[in-house]
Design a protein around this ligand. Structure first.
Ligand SMILES: Nc1nc2c(ncn2[C@@H]2O[C@H](COP(=O)(O)OP(=O)(O)OP(=O)(O)O)[C@@H](O)[C@H]2O)c(=O)[nH]1
Ligand SMILES: [Mg+2]
Length: 331
């Protein structure tokens, strides 16, 4: 990858390259966003601000599912179908653990072999370091840059560890949960929170011997959804079966995503969800900044350590400690 340039003039070029849909410029701009250098961060902020008017019109779709459920295969199949329709597809990921695992989506490129060879596709691994909030914030900004570069569908993948599902749900218009055609034990493991976030549940691998089990699992998920309160009164999450391998049912997935968008725009929930996401994002950034200050200022850091020790050995209540630390930030 080309090095990130630090001069303001270079970042102007970057903006021009991005506007013209140049994928190399897009990749460099995302690297700028991910850089920890203060000057890069300042440039990245300006760049995103400058390109903001070109953002917001893409379809933002989050995709989650356990390891091996077929996320990459699905994205490959769906992405190819979308490109055939004339879309430009960007694939991003939120995987805060990727610092440890080395970035799963990169290895995944082999599972997205067709898509990664397409000019109208852009695949980028998860930012690999930082808190979930930090990783998610960078992915969000990367998403804006993809939109400015003309990608009109952005697929954001997460393997769904910890809170990453909420983070991806908070940056997308549609949240798709992929499931395996397991029997009862799979369903036992169904995370209530996840089902509450999902705009659709899709049981993958509905092919060959799995077909019957997939249908049975879908029926059970459907029943489970009916006992939970739907997220929007204007949308009841459908449960579908499909096969990423054969492509059977991929088209139906997309049709539901479109139907959801139409329904959400019509009732106003689309705008509401986007507005709430913006505000929540602001608070996420704010929290991250506050945490960063606690860590970066040596005086504060030392004092926080002392306070933490006092709480740990019971000399100070957590509430008094929190007051003490807040007071440090107000200096
Ligand atoms: N039979 C069948 N196998 C599938 C299907 N989709 C994916 N697989 C297989 O399931 C395995 C995992 O697929 P991936 O697409 O890598 O799954 P993933 O969710 O991206 O996995 P991680 O990136 O490890 O979280 C691969 O061997 C795929 O070939 C399908 O529709 N039917
Ligand atoms: Mg994968």
């Amino acid at each position: 990858m080309a090095p990130v340039t630090a001069s303001p003039k270079a970042s102007l070029h970057l903006a021009d390259g991005l506007r013209s849909g140049d994928r190399a410029a897009l990749a460099r701009a995302i690297t700028l966003i991910e850089s920890r250098r203060a000057d890069h961060q300042a440039q990245a902020r300006d760049l995103v601000q400058e390109l903001l008017p070109l953002t917001g019109s893409a379809m933002r779709v989050g995709i989650t599912g356990s390891p091996g459920v077929g996320k990459s295969t699905t994205i490959d199949a769906l992405g190819m179908a979308l490109i055939a329709k004339g879309h430009k597809v960007a694939v991003l990921a939120v995987d805060p653990s990727s610092a440890r695992t080395g970035g799963s989506i990169l290895g995944d490129k082999t599972r997205m072999a067709r898509l990664s060879a397409e000019d109208n596709a852009f695949i980028r691994p998860s930012p690999s370091s930082g808190t979930l909030g930090g990783v998610a914030a960078k992915t969000r900004e990367a998403m804006l840059l993809c939109e400015a570069a003309g990608f009109d569908v952005v697929l954001v993948e997460t393997v769904g560890i910890g809170q990453s599902e909420t983070a991806v749900c908070d940056m997308t218009d549609f949240f798709l949960a992929l499931m395996l055609p397991g029997a009862g034990d799979e369903l036992q493991g169904i995370k209530k929170g996840l089902v509450e976030l999902a705009d659709m549940i899709a049981v993958n691998k509905a092919d060959g011997d799995n077909l019957k089990r997939a249908k049975a699992a879908a029926a059970e998920y459907n029943a489970a959804l009916h006992i939970l309160a739907p997220r929007s009164e204007h949308w009841f999450p459908p449960v579908l079966t499909y096969s990423a391998l054969t492509g059977d049912g991929i088209e139906a997935l997309w049709e539901k995503i479109l139907a959801h968008r139409t329904a959400m725009i019509a009732c106003g929930d689309f705008e509401t969800r986007r507005r709430q996401q913006q505000v929540k994002w602001m608070y996420t950034i704010l929290e991250d900044r506050l945490h960063a200050r606690l860590r970066s200022d040596p005086v504060i850091r030392a004092k926080v350590k002392q306070t933490e020790a006092a709480v740990a050995n019971g000399r100070m209540t957590p509430a008094v400690a929190a007051d003490t630390i807040t007071a440090l930030l107000e200096r």
